[in-house]
Design a protein around this ligand. Structure first.
Ligand code: ZN
Length: 154
């Protein structure tokens, strides 16, 4: 059984609902009053319903991406022109990204991450902790305890 995104309870009947423009997986109770997009009958459907939203909405580019890109590129000694050719991008596009005039598209950000060995895309945090409400602390403490036990056991 999968958990409801809203109340966190495991439920047999889950629905893909839209609440304030965001798609969530909700139990029958929490779906009341929300716009129901689909009924999710299997775990697979629930996971599929969750996946696209995570990628579309929860990936954000780090604040100082331009500096990170330029520093990494310079420390590797790659001229911007060469990097642009490698990534199949135009030099002026890359320049705009490095000077933070434009945000890199997800695809470009991923290419840069791979090529330069840097991290540009940050995921989840804000949204996940919002969703978890008071549960977040419990989960963290529980995880920490498990980790500690394992470490001591070995
Ligand atoms: Zn619920």
């Amino acid at each position: 059984m999968e958990e409801c995104d809203i109340c966190g309870r495991k439920a047999g009947n889950l629905y893909l609902v839209e609440i304030e423009g965001a798609q969530m997986v909700a139990c029958a109770e929490c779906s009341k009053g929300a716009k129901i997009i689909d009924q999710l009958r299997t775990t697979e459907q629930v996971q599929q319903a969750r996946r696209p939203e995570k990628q579309a909405e929860e990936s954000t580019i780090v604040e100082n991406y331009g500096k990170i890109i330029r520093d990494a590129r310079e420390s590797l000694g790659i001229p911007i022109k060469v990097l642009a050719e490698k990534l199949n991008e135009t030099e002026s596009d890359l320049k705009r990204v490095e000077s933070q005039h434009t945000l890199p598209r997800d695809k470009l950000a991923k290419k840069l991450e791979k090529e330069l060995g840097i991290k540009l895309i940050v995921k989840e945090d804000a949204k996940t902790s919002q969703r978890a409400y008071g549960k977040a602390d419990q989960v963290t403490l529980g995880d920490a305890a498990v980790f500690k036990d394992k470490k001591q056991g070995v």
